[in-house]
Design a protein around this ligand. Structure first.
Ligand SMILES: [Zn+2]
Length: 352
């Protein structure tokens, strides 16, 4: 009996050590053999450029439910890379709206609580610089002096959906290429993308194959004015903050391919991706921060948090009807296979 107890204690100690090692090494389910040691870590990463709307809350609720249903952790990161449009007052309102609905987070936010701060992207420039230098060292990034007008002028005529595909004007003739670190002309830094399919699996939309050459071309890591590009900042932040599940709108599916490629270049393990349908108004246009009727300041005047949660749970397929409930009451109801793999969910905004 004593021997058996000693053996059990030994096994428990080993399991604790394994768990610590995984957390220390920031591993996720793909790199960790011991599945029991993986803590799901999700995040909500809003840009504080306006008041939240129903569509923002939809993504936030699903991300929160996904990690809370597996005893995971939730991080709130403020994506305020755009200094002109980002405002602290909006960040405060985002926090207030999340709390109003009943969503809590373990790390981050304006209080900067947690071991992976700062949690505002505007304060993380020195970190992005280190990772940009790592990418430069691969020889696959290069300075680009093209203006937006230059790129539009060289666009193939069929690119009419608003996406700008870079034609490779400044790409070095052979790669890898190690160009001067500080070229004299004002330039952005672009990343070469290979003419091959990037593969990843999305929890909602299944297996994805994206050829970045056709979808976006070589993309920017740092703009000519010094601003950090979304793709680089998000990959660096998610990796360093131990995020192993990214839940966000289906409009960012292409970004997942760009980010998967960046993870590969940096030798990091990408998170699991779960893109979710976008909420659209009755005209079929995705909600924006300009849609006043479904903005949180209007919704909070007309509804209780339980009513809004019920509406979101019904839209997402978690509940068969929009019965008022709290996010906590949905934890046991949540399952990813309930979320419809549609790109958009239309709603009649006059009915809400
Ligand atoms: Zn160029």
């Amino acid at each position: 009996m004593v021997l058996m107890q000693r053996y059990k204690n030994y096994v428990t100690r080993l399991q604790k050590l394994a768990k610590f090692a995984c957390q220390f090494n920031n591993m996720d389910s793909k790199s960790c053999k011991n599945k029991s040691c993986v803590t799901p870590v999700g995040r909500y990463a809003p840009s504080p450029t306006g008041r939240m709307h129903l569509g923002n809350l939809f993504s936030a609720l699903l991300s929160w439910l996904s990690v809370r249903s597996r005893n995971g952790r939730w991080v709130l990161r403020i994506e305020d890379l755009d200094p002109q449009r980002s405002k602290e007052e909006y960040a405060k309102l985002i926090e207030d709206d999340l709390h109003w609905l009943g969503l809590d987070w373990d790390e981050g936010g304006l209080s900067d609580r947690g071991p992976h701060g700062p949690y505002r992207q505007s304060l993380r420039g020195d970190i992005y610089r280190i990772y940009l230098d790592k990418i430069r060292a691969t020889g696959y990034s290069y300075p680009c002096t093209c203006t937006r007008a230059d790129i539009i002028a060289t666009q193939a005529p069929h690119q009419s959906d608003g996406r700008i595909i870079y034609g490779g004007h400044c790409r070095p003739t052979s790669l890898p290429s190690f160009l001067p670190e500080h070229p004299t002309a004002r330039h952005s830094t672009r990343l070469y993308v290979p003419d091959e399919e990037i593969l990843f699996t999305d929890t909602v939309y299944g297996n994805q194959r994206v050829n970045l050459t056709h979808e976006c071309g070589d993309f920017i890591l740092q703009r000519a004015d010094g601003a950090w590009a979304y793709q680089l900042a998000v990959v660096v932040d998610d990796a360093l903050m131990g995020i192993n599940e990214v839940v966000r709108g289906s409009d960012l599916l292409l970004s997942a391919a760009q980010q998967t490629y960046l993870y590969r270049l940096l030798g990091l393990t990408p998170p699991a991706y779960a893109h979710v349908p976008l909420i659209c108004n009755s005209d079929g246009v995705r909600l924006s921060k300009r849609d006043r009727s479904l903005s949180m300041d209007e919704l909070r005047k007309r509804h209780t948090p339980q009513e809004i949660t019920g509406i979101l749970a019904h839209l997402s397929g978690i509940l068969p009807s929009p019965a008022p409930c709290t996010p906590h009451e949905l934890i046991t109801e949540f399952a990813w296979n309930k979320i419809p793999p549609k790109k958009e969910i239309p709603i009649d905004q006059t009915s809400i």
